[in-house]
Write a protein that binds this ligand. Structure first.
Ligand code: SAH
Length: 335
């Protein structure tokens, strides 16, 4: 950021205004090579080239679905790849970003976790991912709901998001950035202390420990009671809402009893909202099926009657393999 550049500039005998030119080149002109930063002195460009190479995420594949959702497969320097998804809507252009190659959390219904975690992304790789999306249009919102668990890569994720949020960087408003966690309690506690207005989503997906531990191994470490107390602490400390994500799986967590129990659980957290999402089918679990519309509406109805603020979400980009880790899987060698 500007301040980080200042000592570097002064060491090279350059004036502080050069920091603005650097940021302008990187985040407004989208250069991917210092040679393109023509406002900078030539010998300084050479220094930048050797000492501060720009991290690139190369677009290896794009798939576009009928609803306009585009999914990019991005290649990293070490040969790994991650996905980012661009989702257009009226007045919005949302980017879904990944924080890890694969995921170590092992949620039963999730394609990203089906092969384990390969490694976490560095902050510069996460920013490069954002820039790859930014080249396709003005991003209005970021959701950290791609591959990986952001709170299993807390420092690098926060560093990248702060950079994207920074006034003289891309300047994307903190309230337009949503971090989604599967329920890593220490991460929620740390975020509460950051003093930054990122939005928080918590993936719940089950209203009791018996079911949640089966679907989400993370629940064995931080069960629902602990998670809900932490979430209540978060809303008290930050005065910000939490959105609970609930993926509805046919015959698994879609009963009226589950909906009643869910209402009781989320009401322990003041300022809680619920997003209901129908499951996107994943190839490694053919036994998990999408619920029908009637079930979704019944679930919604029970929550509303229990005074829980609830939204029905549609999954986007299904025909582009855009749901949840599927594009990368298609590109991995089949076992
Ligand atoms: N690790 C983070 C963010 C990545 S997943 C988290 O767990 O929140 C983003 C969201 O997609 C999570 O709510 C996740 O549970 C959900 N998800 C994963 N696989 C899904 C599937 N097959 N259908 C619907 N939602 C899914």
């Amino acid at each position: 950021m500007p301040d980080e550049w200042k000592p570097i500039l002064s060491e090279k005998g350059l004036r502080p205004f050069r920091a603005d030119q650097i940021l302008q080149s990187l985040y407004r002109d989208y250069i991917d090579d210092w040679d393109q930063a023509t406002t900078l002195p030539k010998d300084f460009r050479e220094t930048l080239k050797s000492e501060f190479p720009i991290t690139r995420a190369e677009t290896l594949d794009i798939s576009e679905s009928a609803d306009g959702t585009r999914k990019l497969l991005l290649g990293l320097d070490d040969g790994n790849s991650v996905e980012t998804v661009l989702i257009p809507a009226t007045g919005r252009f949302t980017q879904c970003i990944s924080t890890q190659v694969g995921c170590g959390m092992g949620c039963a219904f999730c394609a990203s976790g089906s092969q384990g975690v390969v490694r976490s992304l560095r902050s510069d790789e996460i920013v490069a991912e954002y820039m790859a999306g930014r080249r396709l249009g003005e991003i209005t919102n970021i959701v950290v709901m791609g591959m990986g668990e952001p709170f299993a890569n807390y420092d690098e994720t926060m560093r990248a998001l702060r950079l994207v949020n920074a006034g003289r960087g891309p300047n994307l408003g903190a309230r337009h950035i949503t971090i989604s966690t599967c329920g890593v309690v220490p991460g929620i506690e740390r975020l509460a202390g950051e003093g930054i207005q990122f939005e928080l989503s918590v993936s719940l997906h089950a209203p009791n420990d018996e079911l949640r531990s089966r679907l989400m191994p993370v629940n064995r470490k931080w069960p629902i009671d602990v998670l809900m107390r932490t979430c209540a602490g978060y809303t008290a400390a930050t005065k910000r809402i939490i959105t609970f994500e609930y993926t509805v799986i046919k015959g698994v967590n879609d009963s009226r009893a589950c909906a009643e129990e869910l209402a009781e659980v989320v009401r322990r957290v003041p300022m809680a909202k619920v997003n209901l999402i129908p499951l996107s089918p994943v190839s490694h679990r053919p036994d998990f099926e999408t619920p029908d519309e009637r079930t979704m509406l019944m679930f919604l109805d029970v929550l509303m009657k229990n005074r829980v603020q609830t939204m029905l979400r549609r999954s986007r980009g299904k025909d582009a393999d855009a749901a949840c880790g599927q594009l990368r899987l298609r590109h991995l060698p089949q076992k």
